[in-house]
Design a protein around this ligand. Structure first.
Ligand code: PAF
Length: 287
């Protein structure tokens, strides 16, 4: 596995791959790699000639009171994991190489960015789009791999590649979960043992919402069931529990698939998760 820290070094590796007619698959990450990232790398390994992994804690996507400084960083461990998962190129640019604090322009994220995560974290999706656009330009992948856990980010990035004609296909891979349903996330590292046990409530809430939706097709009852399940767990504060259209993140239309999305603080750690409920599995919504 090659390591590139500068844009020029990364471009040299990418140029070499392109000269050999190799396809490049990119797994963009914030580091603190876990089995969720490994599943993305394995998927990329299966379908691309060259697997590039980027590790960059992008300051633009963190709000002023968020966990930028505390975000877990362990380069050695990440490199071992990436190599074990079959990565060919690890791009770890230092902040001065990406110049995120000194950009004269940023991408303004499209409409799925205005609600839920976007409304609660102003500027977050603009920061994500801007760094992903830079990574696409530097590493020039044909395919880029993202986890379903970040469903709203995936919808926003889909809008970006479509509207700005990036020649990159986005591949969304299933969320990897612990045995109690907790979605893998680098932020799980912040949880104490007691909070870790409580955190599975996000998955239980989604499951309760799916159950209500499948039986009744009733959005309001579904959202109430998710919020109630979250509220029943101690030291959990609900940010939102919604049933939305999977593409627009607005109120779903009749007879469509529905994405259940939850965000909650477990202690001081903010977690998100989601679950897709197919329209045809909902009583009263489809024949
Ligand atoms: O999902 C993430 O890990 C980040 O938002 C991403 C896509 C690497 C951009 O910094």
């Amino acid at each position: 596995m090659k390591l590139a820290r500068s844009v020029n070094a990364a471009r040299a590796e990418v140029g070499n791959a392109h000269d050999h007619g190799s396809s490049i698959g990119l797994v963009p990450t914030l580091g603190a790699l876990h089995e969720g990232h490994v599943s993305l790398m394995r998927r990329a390994r299966a379908v691309c000639d060259v697997v590039a992994v980027s590790i960059f804690v992008n300051p633009l996507q963190f709000g002023p009171h968020e966990d930028l400084e505390a975000y877990p960083r362990d380069e050695q461990r990440d490199a071992t994991i990436a190599k074990g998962a079959g990565a060919d190129l690890l791009f770890i640019p230092p902040p001065e190489e990406m110049k995120m604090d000194d950009l004269s322009m940023k991408i303004s994220a499209g409409s799925p960015a205005n609600v839920l995560e976007g409304a609660l974290r102003p500027g977050h999706f603009s920061g994500v789009c801007t760094v992903v656009a830079k990574l696409f330009n530097i590493l020039q992948p044909q395919l880029a791999f993202f986890g379903q856990k970040d469903a709203q980010q995936n919808a926003v990035l889909t809008g970006m590649v479509t509207d700005l004609d990036f020649p990159v296909g986005l591949i969304v891979c299933p969320t990897v979960r612990e045995s109690d349903g907790l979605a893998l996330s680098s932020r799980n590292l912040f949880l104490t043992e007691a909070e870790r046990a409580r955190a599975a409530v996000l998955f239980r809430a989604l499951d309760a919402g799916r159950d209500v939706l499948s039986r009744s097709g009733d959005i309001e009852r579904c959202e109430a069931a998710m919020a109630q399940a979250l509220t029943l767990e101690s030291h959990v504060t609900v940010d939102y529990a919604r049933a939305v259209d999977p593409l627009t993140f607005e109120t779903p239309s009749e007879r469509a698939d529905i994405l259940l999305v939850v965000a909650a603080r477990v202690g001081r750690t903010r977690l998100i998760d989601n679950m897709l409920v197919e329209g045809r599995s909902m009583k009263g919504r489809r024949s």
